[in-house]
Design a binder for this molecule. Structure first.
Ligand code: PLP
Length: 388
């Protein structure tokens, strides 16, 4: 029998990180010492008090059964409390919060709730690849919003074609931004709210990096802006904030009808997050936040080592105020893939070509701050040695 994939699978580009992983394995097999600045996965362990909570809760039989779809009340209350403290935004834990099996899960599912086949979704490029693939899975059509350095890597709403605006159901935004590390000020979010209201577009704001910021800067929540609750769902993750990428826990908050639509999809697909992991999430959100402060310091030190090194090597980039990425201009004579291959084959350094985040990412590579200071220094030395 011939196994034939559905058209929606054939439409997909190869998943970027799987491809890079293959290249990395090849170079490794030749015996090279690899410094991996490729994937955005924190290298530090989850803080001990969170692990301890999982140990306790994992041993309790009450947690071994199906969890509730929308997340335990205790977890949703912890989210609402954290939001109140962190952003001064009051949320009703009963219907303005839903738990997610990582924010990627929610982002991948939301178009199924609000986009009919043939309808449009406004997607930033470069951007987190899931915005595009989730749009395709729902049968939607992506309308690209280019993020350019001249515009601070913010979309220019005035450049969206009138027809696309009138046909769009959703818009994805992501600040602090992966991969560009750009941040957005409240004035930009206010502009987005106004546009969303005029054109009847739901804003999906991906806020996965709200806690990874430097030099005392504290990113805002989209929901801090007046009127945002009428148009917005905001996605958060415990992955980056508490080094919990493997645990699969995140949440979405905001407009109750949007939250309910996503919830309806989820009740038909998954059965929630293991309760012991939700209790660990409660411990993370309610516990001492010193661990987050320590992590910010670690990334900031690495950022400073890498930035100083790249600068003296003659590479051009903006110093990130948030996220754990540097978005670096590719030097003359290379495209993004070629420069990535150059660094991998000549210096044993894994980076991500910007073009993997969408055509508009061509001309850049992304370097993640996910190795320690000493390795970062080693990476800098190697780049200076091999040149470009
Ligand atoms: C890491 C990341 C996520 C996904 O995080 P989860 O582990 O699924 O919670 C979402 N958006 C962006 C932009 C990310 O970089």
């Amino acid at each position: 029998m011939e196994i034939i994939q559905a058209r929606r699978l054939k439409q997909l580009p190869p998943y970027l990180f799987a491809q890079i992983d293959r290249m990395k394995q090849e170079v490794k097999a030749q015996g090279a010492d690899i410094i991996d600045l490729g994937i955005g996965d924190p290298d530090q362990p989850t803080p001990e008090h969170i692990i301890e909570k999982l140990r306790q809760a994992g041993g309790n039989g009450e947690n071994h059964r199906y969890p509730s779809y929308e997340g335990m009340a205790a977890f949703r209350e912890a989210v609402a409390q954290w939001y109140g403290k962190r952003f001064n935004v009051a949320l009703d834990p009963r219907d303005e919060v839903v738990s997610l099996i990582g924010s990627k899960e929610g982002i991948a599912h939301i178009p199924l709730a609000f986009v009919n086949p043939g309808e449009r979704v406004l997607v930033p490029s470069p951007g987190y690849p899931v915005y595009k693939t989730s749009t395709l899975f729902a049968g939607g059509i992506q309308e690209i919003m280019p993020l350019t350095r001249e515009n601070g890597f913010l979309p220019d709403f005035s450049k969206i074609p009138e027809k696309a605006l009138s046909e769009a159901r959703l818009m994805f935004l992501n600040y602090p931004n992966n991969p560009t590390s750009a941040v957005a000020e409240p004035a930009f979010f206010e502009e987005a709210v106004a546009m969303a209201k005029t054109s009847n577009i739901i804003i999906c704001h991906d806020c996965a990096y709200s806690e990874i910021a430097f030099d005392g800067y504290r990113p805002v929540s989209f929901l801090e802006v007046s009127g945002a609750r009428d148009v917005c769902i905001e996605f958060h993750s415990l992955s980056k904030t508490y080094n919990m990428t493997g645990w699969r826990i995140g949440f979405a908050v905001g407009n109750r009808d949007i939250v309910a639509g996503l919830g309806k999809i989820k009740t038909n697909i998954d059965s929630g997050i293991f309760q012991a992991v939700q209790w660990a999430g409660v411990a993370a959100l309610q516990g001492d936040q010193q661990c987050v402060e320590r992590m910010r310091k670690i990334y900031q030190e690495r950022r400073d080592v890498l930035a100083a090194g790249l600068k003296s090597a003659g590479l051009d980039f903006d110093l990130p105020r948030a996220t754990f990425y540097l978005w670096v201009c590719v030097p003359r004579g290379y495209n993004a893939s070629e420069f990535t291959m150059h660094l991998l084959q000549k210096a044993g350094i894994v980076t991500t070509p910007g073009s993997g985040f969408g055509e508009e990412g061509e001309g850049y590579i992304r370097m993640a701050l996910t190795v320690d200071k000493e390795r970062m220094q080693e990476a800098v030395e190697r780049i200076k040695k091999v040149g470009f």
